[in-house]
Design a binder for this molecule. Structure first.
Ligand code: AMP
Length: 176
């Protein structure tokens, strides 16, 4: 199954900027069997992490996978978004990129104290985005139950970076 999904991931050189090899998952989403298998794999990752109360998706491919997963598991979904997109009261976290910084936001009423949240995204690279998402959940008094991504770029050591927030329950199906 890993092999079948890997074959569908399209490598787009120099997108969105020179030097980046963009891992395009749209061919996976487009294929009904592959999409189903992927959502089932994500669901499987959550079977071993204890209680999960909510699915959090990171904008924007985390929304696609995360909302399908939430329906699959009968859970609610919350969006973790780029700045300026969420309409209501929100918490913001700023994090460092290779050049400059970026930020993520979450509604203040998205999670309740003590809830256990699974964070979903398409890809783990340097881990900056996932780490920021973990911190947003923790700042709101909730707990990160798991981080599950379809793809992990091993050389960028994102897994190491998020260890301060989440030292176990990090799952990825395909490694490059
Ligand atoms: P990072 O914060 O470096 O771990 O980057 C992860 C975020 O950036 C995820 O939301 C990904 O969707 C996106 N991303 C980073 N690198 C790539 C890549 N090579 N291909 C596709 N998406 C990427």
């Amino acid at each position: 199954m890993e092999h079948a999904i890997r074959k569908l991931i399209r490598n787009v050189p120099d997108f969105p900027k020179p030097g980046i090899q963009f891992k395009d998952i749209t061919p996976v989403l487009q294929d009904p069997e592959a999409l189903k298998k992927v959502i089932e794999w994500f669901s499987l990752t959550l079977d071993s992490v204890g209680q999960v109360d909510l699915i959090a998706g990171i904008e924007s491919r985390g929304f696609i996978i995360g909302s399908a997963l939430a329906v699959h598991r009968n859970l609610g979904f919350i969006p973790i978004r780029k700045p300026g997109k969420l309409p209501y009261q929100k918490t913001r976290i700023t994090y460092e990129l290779e050049y400059g910084s970026d930020a993520l936001e979450m509604h203040t009423d998205a999670v309740s104290t003590g809830q256990r949240v699974a964070i979903i995204d398409d890809l783990l690279a340097t881990g900056g985005t996932a780490e920021a998402a973990c911190k947003l959940i923790e700042m709101a008094g909730a707990e990160v139950a798991a981080l599950s991504v379809l793809i992990e770029l091993d050389d960028l050591k994102g897994r190491e970076k998020i260890k301060s927030s989440l030292h176990k329950n990090i799952f990825s199906l395909i490694h490059y």
